[in-house]
Design a protein around this ligand. Structure first.
Ligand code: SF4
Length: 314
């Protein structure tokens, strides 16, 4: 594989694990040169980096420019956090962090956002009484600039009485073309993941934090999240699912109002206004990193167990 392609994939893995910066000092010169296909032990690493298209920087600065900054979450304030410990560096992409276990073997409780009795959608926002009203409002929305470059709005779709809700980041190219969420390659994988826990797309509701596609699939910006989040929040409030599955770092961090990495957020039962929320990898990340399939399987099994428990309780 081309060295630049390897480097690009590596950086994407770091971003998917929640990192926003890549510092060359954390990678030995030998490792960096190996990634770039340079001979070991000889030559100038700066020249090797330059030949691969990167801009060498001073030792104290990141050798590769920081990736796009993580948007600050726009979800309502977290009222309780499971841990305030500083976040360790995430595990390598090929070795996802193992989900922590409770003393009784049950998944530990995670972050809590809001309270079960609180209305999710307050303030000065207009009230929407149905998912159709939200879809119509999204179609006419000009609250941020994303509508200008998008072909179609992608408000989300599925069972209005869904017990299981999937929330991703933002529409991609296929979704933009069709106006439907998760219909590209990643969407096909999501359909298979759902089938593995005996759910169909018709059983669930699938949506994104953003309802219009960011140009070039770039990361959403904080003001875009702030403008768009009320639609998702109201969708959750109207549907009242028994479980939310947050797909990927971005959706998880936005809903849980945290910057913790996905490795720290997996394997716990978070609460979003009383609704259990499980975090797993985005299907698009799974396509790039097949070694994440096993932890994803564990995550969706956990989500399924919670759904079954909630059904059993009525
Ligand atoms: S992305 Fe959201 S806030 Fe921005 S224009 Fe579309 S619907 Fe409105």
């Amino acid at each position: 594989m081309d060295a630049r392609e390897q480097l690009r994939r590596y950086l994407e893995q770091r971003r998917e694990l929640g990192e926003s910066e890549f510092v060359l000092d954390g990678l030995s010169v030998e490792d960096a040169m190996r990634v770039l296909g340079a001979a070991s032990g000889t030559g100038d690493w700066r020249a090797a980096l330059k030949a691969a298209g990167a801009t060498p920087a001073e030792r104290s600065a990141p050798a590769v420019a920081p990736l796009a900054p993580k948007p600050s979450p726009a979800s309502p304030p977290r009222v309780e956090a499971a841990s305030a410990a500083p976040e360790p560096r995430p595990a390598p992409a090929s070795e996802p962090a193992a989900p922590p276990k409770g003393s009784d073997g049950a998944p530990p409780s995670g972050l809590v956002v809001g309270t079960a009795s609180h209305e999710l959608f307050g303030g000065n926002q207009p009230r929407f009484n149905s998912l159709e009203e939200i879809a119509a409002a999204v179609a006419a929305c000009t609250k941020c600039g994303l509508y200008k470059g998008a072909l179609n709005p992608v408000p989300g779709e599925g069972n209005p009485n869904a017990e299981f809700m999937c929330v991703g980041e933002a529409p991609g190219a296929k979704e933009d073309e069709t106006g439907r969420p998760f219909v590209g390659q990643a969407g096909q994988l999501l359909t298979k993941i759902l089938a593995a826990i005996n759910l169909t797309r018709e059983d669930v509701f699938i949506g994104n934090v953003l309802k219009h596609r960011p140009p070039g699939n770039r990361n959403p910006l904080p003001d875009e999240i702030a403008a768009c989040s009320p639609y998702l929040i109201r969708q959750i409030e109207l549907i009242r699912p028994k479980v939310i599955l947050a797909l990927g770092t971005f959706a998880a961090q936005t809903l849980l109002d945290t910057k913790l990495s996905i490795g720290k957020l997996r394997g716990q039962v978070h609460r979003y206004y009383g609704v259990p929320l499980i975090v797993t990898y985005h299907p698009a990340a799974l396509l790039r990193n097949p070694s994440w399939k096993r932890p994803t399987w564990e995550d969706v099994q956990l989500a399924r167990r919670i759904l079954d428990d909630a059904r059993a309780r009525g």
